[in-house]
Design a protein around this ligand. Structure first.
Ligand code: G1P
Length: 292
């Protein structure tokens, strides 16, 4: 099955990152040398997507500027003889077609997804929440697309979490179908651990059938007074089958200051240019650091 379109949601306030997100989108925070959102864009491209729809809101112009062409900057770099860098900057604007939808009111993830309905139309699509980064990003999505094709249903990425983490995620009630594949019988958004149907939590990658749109138009505000995608998927699971894929490899949450630090460290340590130097620096720094 060919999936041509992906949605990336980038409309949130970034409250967990204030004050830095007061005048800068959270999705533009750097992870090593690229903004957070670029990892999702590259992941979608690696899965063969032709069009990316980014859901934005007030104050997110920097995202559009980043993926736009900057003739002035390219010219300045060329004049300085920095041809390689100029080419790198130009490539950013040629990576893929990107279109933007403004979510005028932040009424929840389900509402953000619904705002892309006219652009996505009647075809399956990939949804990426850019705060979530996967060690084996492209592989996870490719496996999910295969499961979607094989079982003819929407697929969500899930991972086992600890009891303490349960109330931060959407949690599924799973019925095992195959190795790492479950049918979703029910879903709950951010339940208390004692109310959770399992410890399998939804992580930010989805392959969705377009029937989700009609359901989202009828989904009432749920947890936190927001229109939750989880509530929409729960309805979808009752009508058509929804599947969960328990992916392998690490997943990082770059949407909180500590998670962002963890992600930055993990990416930098894996980088062949930065990794060895950072490791030496940390070895030197750690024994001498005290808390203030
Ligand atoms: C969203 C979803 C939640 C999911 C999580 C993954 O929550 O609503 O079901 O488990 O992303 O990161 P958020 O983190 O936006 O509150």
């Amino acid at each position: 099955m060919r999936i041509r379109k992906a949605v990336i949601t980038a409309a949130g306030w970034g409250t967990r990152f204030l004050p830095v997100t007061k005048s800068q989108p959270k999705e533009m925070l750097p992870l090593v040398n690229k903004p957070l959102i670029q990892y999702s864009v590259e992941e979608a491209i690696a899965c063969g997507v032709e069009l990316i729809v980014i859901v934005t809101s007030l104050g997110k112009r920097a995202i559009e500027d980043y993926f736009d062409r900057s003739f002035e900057l390219e010219q300045v770099l060329m004049q300085k003889g920095e041809t390689e860098l100029a080419e790198k900057i130009r490539r950013l604007s040629n990576m893929v077609d990107i279109t933007y939808v403004r979510q005028k009111e932040q009424l929840g993830l389900g509402h953000a997804v619904l705002s892309t309905r006219k652009i996505i139309g009647d075809e399956p699509f990939i949804l990426l929440l850019p705060d979530d980064l996967f060690e084996q990003g492209e592989m996870v999505l490719k496996n999910m697309v295969n499961i979607c094709e094989q079982y003819e249903g929407s697929v969500i990425a899930v991972k086992q979490v600890t009891e303490r983490e349960i109330s931060r995620y959407g949690i599924v009630d799973p019925r095992k179908k195959a190795d790492r594949v479950y049918q979703v019988l029910d879903m709950v958004e951010k339940p208390r651990p004692e109310d959770a149907p399992s410890d399998l939590a939804v992580m930010g990658r989805y392959v969705l059938m377009p029937d989700i749109f009609q359901i989202l138009t009828e989904t009432l505000p749920g947890r936190g007074g927001e229109i939750q995608l989880t509530d929409g998927l729960k309805q979808l699971a009752r009508k058509n089958a929804v599947y969960a894929y328990e992916f392998e490899g690490e997943r990082y949450d770059a949407g909180t200051p500590f998670g962002w630090l963890q992600t930055t460290m993990a990416l930098a340590l894996r980088d062949p240019c930065l990794g060895p130097e950072l490791r030496r620096y940390l070895d030197k720094l750690l024994p001498t650091t005290t808390y203030q």
